[in-house]
Ligand binder design. Structure first.
Ligand code: CA
Length: 524
């Protein structure tokens, strides 16, 4: 058993490279829980995971004081469904929230993490992005960002709460943090443990950095391009060829800051102009080749994405500082994760949705002083269905009905149990933005098998030799037995999770509306 007084030696093993121990909390010492949840934050943009395109010193503090899960995934890489899974510990088909576009509102009366913790006496709150088209249930306090698609604005967002609607002034990450610290101060005064879901909008599209990053903007700085930025997908599956995700074709002027989005105060607008106006003039007076144009858009994209991450990371630091200075950190589990990953120029793409590593893999960091060894890592295959069971386990709360996920706490014990597991993935949102075909698949220790069932196409990847899903081995000689085994295991997962054979009906006109909206966005 590890405790805080023992030497801090990272105990990394090959199979379940994890730290030492966890002690289930007794009723008298139930831990507080702060879940820091961001939006579209790819692993490649978290410096705790090594070579990163942006430094995240504050998020890294959680990794340094706890465990870093190196193979954490979501089961459906799109915003609302991932959030519904966080709350329920269930895959999309079981919690009813399949799609951002046609599944809402989320049924908060079903068994959820918040309902169970609230019922067990926890003080509960969700502050920030919600994106489930419903009023939060199971939360004593909620203030969620709001607008037509529940994305909220980077600057001067609208918050919705039981008290009504508030038109706030400021940068969203700062405001969400202000409100979260205020709630923590109040919760600290209570005599019951608390659960805070601290949900950032950042770094979701359209990647608008905070005031400090606008002041610090360096138009001439250049970030490294991914090897596959100019990849020709002509020989790939129809699913990949038909996706509408290419930076060169589908990024809007607002995305690349050629036009200003949102409603800014004069001071905010001055900062925006200071950062981008001169570079925009140069761009508009240049006669760029298509290759140069893609390079320019990529730089604007990746630099504003990275700057947005920095703006958020600074605010996360402020909240962590409060937990430390208030003494709350001594008995608080702090987690960091994102609702999914993101394409940061790989395949020439932006956005998410795919079962590919860059979009379905997420950062997952968990610190719990005295229970998880600082600086430890795990390469166990884990998924967002596990978040709720893990936190309920830590709180000593038993779900009334079984969840799809399992507690990850055994993985932080001194002698973790064997961890043999296949992961199930299912993306449903087609027709939908970006035109990604519906697919389901299996991720095992080594392989990934994906079925695009609308097109009857398959992909098989060997993630040891091909960690970025670039070489489709399906149908290649020598892979017959592996493929047959994976198909069997995939079917076993579908049976285990009771996945329906048919998907929900989508209105016939939905695809037309989406295409019209996409064109409108490009035109604006
Ligand atoms: Ca998202």
């Amino acid at each position: 058993m590890w405790n805080g007084s023992m030497p801090r030696i990272a105990c990394v093993s090959a199979a379940l490279a994890i730290a030492c121990c966890s002690v289930p909390a007794s009723a008298g010492e139930r831990p507080n829980i702060v879940f820091i949840f961001s939006d579209d934050h790819a692993v490649r943009a978290v410096s705790a995971y090594g070579d990163s395109l942006v430094k995240t010193p504050n998020i890294d503090r959680i990794a340094a004081s706890g465990v870093r899960f190196d193979r954490a995934y979501v089961g459906n890489a799109i915003c609302g469904p991932s959030r519904a899974t966080l709350l329920t510990g269930m895959h999309s088909h079981a919690n009813g929230f399949y799609s951002n576009e046609w599944s809402g509102p989320f049924d908060g009366e079903q068994q959820t993490l918040s309902n169970l913790l609230q019922g067990a006496g926890y003080q509960t709150a969700v502050i920030g992005k919600w994106h489930l088209y419903s009023d939060p249930v199971g939360f004593d306090h909620w203030e969620v960002i709001d607008n037509l698609f529940e994305q909220g604005s980077y600057y001067n967002p609208t918050f919705r709460s039981p008290a009504g609607v508030e038109e706030a002034t400021g940068y969203v990450a700062d405001l969400v943090t202000d409100k979260s610290i205020a709630w923590l101060q109040q919760a600290k005064a209570g005599d019951r443990p608390f659960f805070l879901l601290y949900n950032h909008k950042t770094p979701h599209r359209d990647w608008l950095p905070g005031p400090q990053e606008l002041r610090d903007w360096d138009e001439d700085a250049r970030m490294e391009e991914p090897d596959t930025l100019f990849r020709d997908l002509g020989d790939q599956t129809r699913a990949r060829r038909e996706a509408r995700m290419r930076i060169e074709d589908y990024m809007t002027d607002m995305d690349v800051k050629l036009s200003m989005g949102g409603s800014l105060t004069p001071e905010q607008e001055a900062l925006w102009q200071q950062a981008f106006a001169e570079g925009n003039q140069q761009y508009e007076s240049s006669d760029l080749t298509p290759e140069q144009d893609l390079r320019w858009k990529y730089q604007r994209y990746i630099k504003t994405y990275a700057a947005s991450v920095k703006s958020m990371d600074r605010q996360i630091g402020r909240l962590l500082d409060y937990l430390e200075s208030s003494g709350l950190m001594e008995n608080t589990i702090v987690l960091y994760s994102s609702d999914q990953g993101f394409f940061l120029g790989e395949n020439g793409w932006f956005d998410k949705r795919w079962m590919d590593e860059v979009s379905s893999r997420v950062p997952l960091l968990m610190a719990w002083r005295g229970h998880i060894q600082p600086g430890s890592t795990s390469d166990a295959l884990v998924q967002n269905i596990d978040f709720a069971p893990t936190l309920l386990d830590a709180a000593g709360v038993t779900p009334k009905q079984p969840m799809h996920g399992v507690s990850l706490l055994p993985l932080v014990e001194e002698n973790p149990p064997p961890w043999q597991r296949d992961l199930y993935y299912h993306f449903y949102e087609n027709p939908g933005f970006h035109g990604v075909a519906r697919h389901y698949g299996i991720r095992t220790e080594r392989y990934k098998l994906v079925y695009y069932y609308q097109n009857n196409e398959w992909e098989l990847f060997d993630l040891v030799t091909d960690p970025e899903d670039q070489v489709n081995l399906y149908g290649k000689p020598g892979y017959e037995a592996i493929t047959a085994d994976l198909k069997l295991r995939l079917q076993q997962l579908r049976t285990q999770y009771q996945v329906p054979e048919t998907d929900p009906e989508v209105p016939w006109y939905h695809g037309l509306l989406i295409r019209a909206f996409e064109r409108l966005m490009m035109w604006l």
